[in-house]
Write a protein that binds this ligand. Structure first.
Ligand code: ADP
Length: 367
């Protein structure tokens, strides 16, 4: 059963306190009152209410100050402000300071009931979001410590044994140990990709978006795959226009997305083939094509390749050590940039992954 919600009324007007208490008590809430801001803050600490109803205009500490202090004590308490002068300005101001809503005086019991019910629903969903967030963080840290750390230790023992530092190793033993080492490498790669995916917090990317130049990001990503391309004798090319508007982006995550696409272009590319980046401006977007002439993807598999852990069925074209997480990481990053990603591909001919990122209009560029 859900516990009774606790409400604190902070108002110097005794008649308001009494009438709100009556309404709340009738609806089964547990209510407490404070006649001024300081007492209110004290009670917030002691009672830990779910909701506080605060009068904006009080002698001594103002409602606005009380609101700011409560936010510092517990950001999850939902706050409703009672305001005598329901001007847009004061309403906007209180919402900016973190109030859930405001209630202009005079108000009816039903108006109080409706706003309170909605605010408490908001509080419940906030608590649920925080609970899930904490669980997620706990799980991520469990994976990185309890799973990754022992595997790294095992890996180090393998290296010591294979290096002959723990005595002689027969040919058969060496083969088995080498195979085991590859399996552990794959498992570590899976954990690394999974952690990467989990750490990509779309909200955090959105918060960090700023006008960025795309070409240096693409160049950096390209430099990082040069060695891999050389091993397969793949020719890297980049074709960019002279004058390219900026995009709203987060440099690091964008680089990671393009790096994953380039890495795939080489992994699934043809020995001695080519990998080309083509950048252009089209309508409101900057469009980046990454094309290889490698194994390609069957049309029936295309709808699934951005899903987590999806790897194509074809054993011949499957990459050893792949995790099936690379493209889902790319998609999550591009989505957080309000962009889109598409792919066209033909088995045996190659694939083109196209990323569309909204360009920054000139007036949006901060000088
Ligand atoms: P993986 O770790 O398996 O590469 P991804 O999520 O990066 O995982 O890719 C998912 C699947 O999509 C891959 O297993 C592969 O079959 C296919 N794929 C991705 N990029 C390409 C490409 N450039 N050419 C052909 N197939 C590709």
């Amino acid at each position: 059963m859900r516990r009774t919600a606790k409400i604190l009324i902070i108002d110097d007007d005794k008649s308001i306190c009494d009438s709100c208490t009556q309404v709340y008590a009738k609806d089964g809430y547990s209510v407490d009152i404070a006649g001024d801001g300081l007492t209110g803050l004290q009670k917030v600490k002691e009672l830990k209410p779910d909701l506080a109803l605060i009068d904006l205009k009080m002698p001594g500490m103002s409602g606005m100050e009380v609101l700011e202090e409560i936010r510092k004590i517990d950001p999850e308490i939902v706050l409703i402000v009672i305001t005598g002068y329901a001007t847009i300005d004061s309403a906007v101001e209180v919402m900016k300071k973190g109030a859930y809503d405001f209630l202009p005086k005079p108000f009816t019991p039903d108006e109080l009931r409706i706003i309170t019910k909605r605010a408490l629903e908001k509080r419940n969903s906030l608590i649920e979001v925080h609970r899930l967030q904490k669980m997620r963080e706990g799980f991520i840290s469990m994976v990185s410590h309890q799973l990754r750390t022992p595997l790294v230790a095992v890996q180090e023992y393998f290296e010591v044994i294979l290096g002959g530092m723990a005595g002689e190793v027969t040919k058969e033993q060496r083969q088995m140990l080498e195979r085991s080492k590859i399996r552990i490498d794959e498992l570590l790669m899976l954990i690394k990709d999974w952690l990467n995916l989990s750490k990509i917090d779309s909200n955090r990317i959105v918060d960090k978006l700023e006008p960025v130049e795309l070409i240096p990001i693409l160049t950096e990503a390209l430099n990082l795959v040069k060695t891999l391309a050389k091993q397969k004798n793949i020719n890297l090319k980049m074709d960019v226009p002279m004058d390219l508007p900026m995009v709203l982006g987060d440099r690091e995550t964008l680089k990671q997305a393009f790096l994953n696409l380039l890495d795939n272009g080489i992994e699934y590319g043809k020995d001695g083939g080519s990998l080309t980046i083509n950048v252009k401006e089209e309508n409101e977007n900057i469009v980046v094509d990454i094309s290889d002439n490698g194994v390609g993807i069957k049309v029936e598999e295309l709808p699934f390749i951005f899903e987590q852990f999806y790897q194509t069925k074809d054993q011949k074209t499957k990459r050893t050590g792949g995790t099936g997480l690379g493209l889902s990481i790319v998609k999550k990053i591009i989505d957080a940039h309000y962009g889109t990603i598409k792919v066209i591909s033909e088995p045996g001919k190659g694939s083109t992954f196209t990323v569309f990122l909204p360009r920054v209009k000139n007036k949006e560029v901060k000088k």
